[in-house]
Design a binder for this molecule. Structure first.
Ligand code: FAD
Length: 485
């Protein structure tokens, strides 16, 4: 007796976050003949912007470039709060008719490629009922983000169990948490800590940002008068498009300057911090990183909110290492004790590639750490599979838009030439390889084997350079001699 019919789509998008919903919009507009569905592990869409709910959660990038190219940001503030970003993503899905395409509570656990059938069979676990299902697709497009959703990263802390206060990770922020009048210690110095600390300081008795080592933090205007002028003279969509270019170019210049004149950039960033803090503040200890700008992500403080909180005394920064938790706080290596009612471990995320799904091609498991990424979009030796990984030096969406549009070009190319399969052949083994991401941030160093490698030459190199990628993805030849039928 034949088994139950398995659902088949031309393109299966995994993940209904910012990228997956954007990919669906591109596919619908640019490949109207293709059938597609989105499978999403969670009961809600929005990914990162639904998961993270800590006080003050906001973008670090400007919204003009974090918004989709096809739906410019028309808000008045360049830095938006998390709920506004979530609203924007969901409104896009609603307006474009994408919502009915999303199958919630459906986690992809494995994907099995068969060359004889030229299709993927995808194993799906229902996160609400525990049932398992299968779907098939011709092309698999992973928009699964880059980190684990089930738990953030917390290093083991000596004596943690003896602490009588509360310990919270920003990825798992309790709805009922009220820190009014409390002494709060936030462990960390990355973007999350820089966002959380001034937000918590509005309620708490005092907030201490406890960092092992400092990060570069640039103060950015929450609202730029030049943007207001552009919005006054142009219709909202045209203004959004123009400002997208403005912010893209600014981010690109900032990065290029950091790469080509790191000492000058470092001095400029430290000078900017010093000007916003009281005279005599120890910028050398607390705001002078041991690395060069953009060796790790740059953090941003809208209107210098963190520095204002330090100046008014509601926040202090301590640069030290933790020896252990005590019953009432933290003992540091210097001997200092920080008393706390609440400790927030803003210690990061755990990287995860392809949403943790296992992949096999014709019965052979794919070890991602052995593979090389092609155009930072596909994986050597893996047919009909693409993934989205946004820029780390500018907005994620600049890259996810390019990736989705390139995939549409690729699908057209395959149809025009009658190809049903496309596989990036493995590169010449003599080509040197490097880790997929070239940042030195802790969350990247902790997961060296999670990602495929990158090569040193195009198209195997991961370029964090929007202008170059724009030309290559939009206008470069699809058939560049690397792919096999
Ligand atoms: C706190 C925080 C702040 C950030 N701020 C910025 C910023 O200012 N600017 C910027 O450019 N980037 C920022 N980022 C990066 C951010 O993740 C991207 O901006 C963007 O949200 C990524 O979108 P995505 O859809 O690719 O991934 P995600 O938002 O992570 O969404 C992935 C989706 O895929 C689903 N999924 C994962 N695995 C599976 C599976 N196996 N099966 C089914 N579904 C699955 C998840 O449930 C989720 O819904 C930030 C990240 C964090 C954590």
């Amino acid at each position: 007796m034949p088994g139950p019919a398995i659902d088949h789509v031309d393109v299966l998008i995994v993940g209904a976050g910012l990228s997956g919903i954007g990919a669906a919009c591109h596919l619908q507009d640019e490949c109207p003949g293709k059938t597609f569905a989105i499978v999403e592990a969670r009961g809600r869409s929005g990914g990162t912007w639904d998961l993270f709910r800590y006080p003050g959660v906001r973008s670090d990038s400007d919204m003009y470039t974090l918004a989709y190219g096809f739906r410019p940001w028309t808000g008045t503030r360049a830095i938006a709060d998390g709920p506004s970003i979530l609203g924007y993503i969901r409104e896009t899905a609603r307006q474009r008719g994408i919502e009915p395409k999303i199958r919630h509570h459906s986690r992809v656990v494995n994907a099995v490629w068969s060359s004889s059938e030229a299709r993927w069979t995808v194993g799906i676990e229902r996160t609400d009922t525990g049932e398992t299902q299968q779907m098939t697709c011709t092309f698999l497009f992973a928009n699964t983000g880059y980190y684990r959703y089930d738990a953030g990263y917390t290093p083991p802390f000596e004596g943690r169990a003896r602490f009588v206060g509360r310990i919270v990770h920003p990825q798992d922020w309790p709805e009922d948490l009220d820190c009014t009048g409390q002494r709060v210690v936030v462990i960390g110095s990355g973007a999350t800590a820089v966002t959380l600390v001034p937000a918590l300081a509005r309620q708490a008795r005092h907030v201490t940002m406890l960092q092992r080592s400092p990060s570069y933090i640039a103060s950015v205007p929450d609202r730029d008068p030049l943007d207001d002028l552009v919005r006054r003279v142009l219709p909202p969509e045209a203004a959004g498009r123009l400002l997208r270019w403005k912010y893209m170019v600014l981010a690109w210049l900032l990065f290029q300057l950091s790469r080509h004149a790191p000492e000058r950039m470092s001095g400029w960033l430290r000078g900017g911090v010093a000007r916003q803090l009281p005279e005599g503040y120890d910028v050398g200890t607390h705001f002078t990183p041991a690395y060069q700008p953009w060796d790790q992500r740059l953090c941003f403080a809208p209107d210098g909110d963190l520095f204002r909180a330090i100046t008014d005394g509601s926040v202090s920064v301590v640069t030290d290492r933790i020896t252990s938790f005590t019953e009432t706080g933290l003992l540091l290596e210097s001997g200092q004790v920080l008393e706390a009612d609440l400790v927030v471990t803003a210690t990061g995320i755990t990287m995860l590639m392809l949403g943790g799904m296992t992949i096999s091609v014709d019965g052979r498991g794919v070890d991602l750490s052995e593979a090389v990424t092609y155009k930072s979009l596909m994986i050597s030796g893996v047919p009909n599979l693409a993934f989205t990984f946004g820029y780390t030096n500018s907005s994620w969406t600049l890259k996810s838009d390019l990736a989705a549009r390139y995939l549409c070009r690729l699908l057209h190319h395959m149809d025009e030439h009658g190809f049903s399969v496309c596989t990036p052949a493995s590169p010449d083994p003599s080509m040197p390889t490097a880790p997929y991401l070239d940042l030195s941030s802790g969350y990247i160093r902790r997961s060296p084997d999670e990602f495929p490698k990158q090569g040193t030459a195009s198209p195997w190199r991961v370029r964090h350079n929007y202008p170059l990628d724009l030309v290559a993805f939009r206008y470069g030849r699809v058939d560049d001699g690397v792919r096999l039928r």
